[in-house]
Design a protein. Structure first.
Length: 280
């Protein structure tokens, strides 16, 4: 189908490939380096990444270069799209937006690069909603407004077993103040002003997850929402969280269970869990 507006995002949006293919969303890959090996994160097996992290092998994430965005935008322009909306991870967490903006100035169609100031399925749901508007023939202004409304209203809740991986990767932000706490203290984090920020701290993993669940239920309220449970190497715990949310959140249009992208996993560490609440 001919589209006036094309949607581009990066792989931290955590959308399943089947969904991006169905909605015609172009995904530019962030890269992950494990030791001396670098590849697109979609080609990095999660067990290999987890094993490397637990063995203290150096792990690094690398944003796409401007060339990756240029060729994606140029191909879309060649297909006849009139505008491109490119929606990306917070500029305070990655240089991805900077690369996208550099490429945008070299393409013959308008490219609107959007810094969401968030990550994960808060981006994913915004991109999905924007793509549906574009598919229906919506204007670029309507597509942009749809994406903006979704990520602005979304809540991203994050549980990590340890802050060590965030500290190693330099993504700890305002949560740095929690480093060095007692080992049984489990931090709950969120995204605020584009960076990872402390939300609460609870003694014990089970209590922390129950607290995160309570916050998610409260944030959802009685509005119609989309809810995602995200995890990195913690599918069983994520499934339990999802079952509890199904019983407790009354007006959910879409539930999703997904493993976060390897680029996010490289920073939050094995055992991390997240809940995204995105009002429709």
């Amino acid at each position: 189908m001919y589209r006036r507006v094309a949607i581009v995002t990066d792989s931290t949006a955590c959308l399943p490939a089947q969904l991006t293919d169905q909605l015609g969303i172009e995904v530019v890959q962030i890269q992950v380096r494990i030791g001396d090996h670098t590849d697109d994160e979609s080609r990095i097996p999660v067990p290999d990444l987890v094993s490397a992290m637990r063995s203290n092998v150096p792990v690094e994430t690398i944003p796409p270069d401007a060339g990756a965005f240029f060729w994606t935008y140029n191909e879309l322009a060649a297909q006849g799209v009139r505008s491109i909306v490119s929606v990306h991870v917070s500029s305070r967490q990655s240089a991805t937006v900077e690369a996208a903006r550099e490429a945008a100035g070299k393409v013959r169609v308008p490219v609107h690069v959007v810094d969401t100031h968030t990550c994960g399925m808060s981006i994913g749901y915004a991109v999905q909603a924007a793509a549906k508007v574009a598919e229906a023939g919506g204007s670029v202004e309507k597509v942009l407004a749809t994406a903006q409304r979704r990520f602005d209203r979304s809540t991203e809740l994050i549980y990590v077993d340890t802050l060590e991986y965030l500290r190693r990767g330099g993504r700890i932000g305002a949560a740095a103040a929690l480093v060095g706490g007692v080992l049984s203290m489990k931090p709950l984090l969120t995204m605020a002003d584009g960076q990872i920020t402390p939300l609460d701290k609870v003694i014990g993993a089970d209590r922390a997850l129950n607290r995160m669940l309570d916050i998610a239920i409260k944030r959802a309220g009685t509005d119609t929402v989309d809810v995602a449970v995200e995890h990195f190497d913690a599918e069983e715990k994520a499934s339990r969280l999802l079952r509890k949310l199904r019983r407790s959140v009354p007006n959910v249009r879409q539930f999703m269970l997904t493993q976060v992208s390897s680029a996010i996993g490289a920073h939050v560490g094995p055992g991390a869990l997240g809940i995204t609440v995105s009002p429709v």
